[in-house]
Design a protein around this ligand. Structure first.
Ligand SMILES: [Zn+2]
Length: 287
C-alpha cells in the first residue's frame, strides 16, 4: 500500500504538466474578430465550439459610425481571422489597414457581393457567400477541424436557402410592394424580393430627412394606401411615429439586423429575418 500511493502521486506529478499544456492550448483556439452581429453569427455557426468569436460592435449599439477602443484595434491585429465590410465602418477599415494582416486572414464582405447598399446581409445570398468564405478560411487556418467546419457550413447554408425560398414564396402575391422604412437599410432585401423601399432616413440613420422629403413620404403613404410605417430597434422611432400619426398608418418593427438589442437578445439572424417576413406580409396584405 505504501508503494502505491507514491506511484499515484508520481503519476499525477508527471501528468500535471501535460494537463497544463492541454489547458494552455486554449491560446491555440482560433479567434475570429467580426465587425458586427450578422458576421459574428456566421462565424459562430460555422466555427462552432472550436472557434472563439467576438464582435467589435456591442449589443444594443447601432453599428454605423462605430468608434473603436485601443484594445479593439489591438484585437483586429491579433485575431486569426477578421470579418468586416469595407466602406461601412471607417474605424474598422482603419484598424484593418493598420493591422498589416497576412493575406487570407481577412474577409471583406464588400468583395463577395455588390455592396452599393452596405446592408448586404439582408440578402440571404450574401450570407450564403459569407458562410462559404468563412468555412474556407477556417479550414485553412485549422485543418484538424475541417470536417466540423464543412458540416457546420452545410447546415447554415441549408437554413439560409430555406429562408430565401420562404421569403420569395411569402412575398410573391401581395396587394402592395412598397415598404416605408426607418432608414435606407433594405435595398438588398427589396431588390431580391421585388419590393420598393421608401426610406425615411438615409443609408446612415443619422442622415435625417428634410421637411419636404417628409411631406413627400406622407403623400406617397396616402396615395398608395400604405398601412405600416416600419421602425427599428436601434434607431429612434420619433419621425416614423410622426408620419404614422399624420397619415393614419400604424407602425411595426422591421429589423435591419445590424445588432441585437435587449428586446432581441434571444433571437438570431434567421428568426429575425422570419419576423421581418411576417411583418411585411401583414403590412402589404400578402396571401
Ligand atoms: Zn444601416
Amino acid at each position: 500500500m505504501m508503494r502505491i500511493i507514491p506511484m499515484k502521486v508520481l503519476a499525477l506529478l508527471l501528468l500535471a504538466p501535460l494537463l497544463v499544456a492541454c489547458g494552455g492550448s486554449d491560446s491555440g483556439t482560433i479567434r475570429v474578430e467580426t465587425a458586427f452581429y450578422p458576421f459574428a453569427y456566421v462565424a459562430e455557426q460555422v466555427g462552432g465550439a472550436d472557434v472563439e468569436v467576438d464582435s467589435l460592435t456591442s449589443p444594443g449599439v447601432e453599428p454605423h459610425d462605430l468608434e473603436l477602443r485601443p484594445k479593439q484595434v489591438g484585437a483586429v491585429q491579433t485575431a486569426d481571422l477578421v470579418v468586416y465590410q469595407r466602406h461601412f465602418q471607417a474605424a474598422v477599415d482603419d484598424a484593418v489597414d493598420q493591422a498589416g494582416r497576412k493575406p487570407g486572414t481577412t474577409i471583406d464582405v464588400a468583395k463577395l457581393v455588390d455592396a452599393r447598399d452596405p446592408h448586404t446581409w439582408l440578402d440571404p445570398a450574401t450570407m450564403v457567400a459569407l458562410t462559404a468564405a468563412v468555412r474556407d478560411r477556417l479550414v485553412e487556418l485549422d485543418p484538424d477541424h475541417a470536417a466540423t467546419y464543412r458540416a457546420n457550413a452545410d447546415k447554415l447554408t441549408a437554413a439560409l436557402m430555406t429562408l430565401d425560398h420562404d421569403l420569395r414564396a411569402g412575398l410573391a402575391h401581395c396587394e402592395r410592394d412598397t415598404i416605408v422604412t426607418s432608414h435606407e437599410a433594405f435595398g438588398h432585401l427589396a431588390k431580391r424580393y421585388g419590393l420598393t423601399q421608401v426610406p425615411i432616413a438615409g443609408v446612415d440613420p443619422s442622415a435625417e430627412p428634410s421637411p419636404a422629403q417628409l411631406a413627400s413620404i406622407s403623400r406617397l403613404v396616402e396615395k398608395q394606401h400604405v398601412t405600416t410605417i416600419f421602425t427599428e430597434e436601434l434607431v429612434s422611432p420619433a419621425i416614423a411615429d410622426a408620419i404614422a400619426r399624420e397619415t393614419g398608418a400604424h407602425t411595426a418593427t422591421l429589423d435591419p439586423i445590424e445588432g441585437l438589442s435587449d428586446d432581441t437578445s434571444d433571437q438570431t439572424y434567421l428568426t429575425l429575418m422570419r419576423q421581418n417576413l411576417e411583418a411585411i406580409r401583414k403590412a402589404n396584405a400578402c396571401s
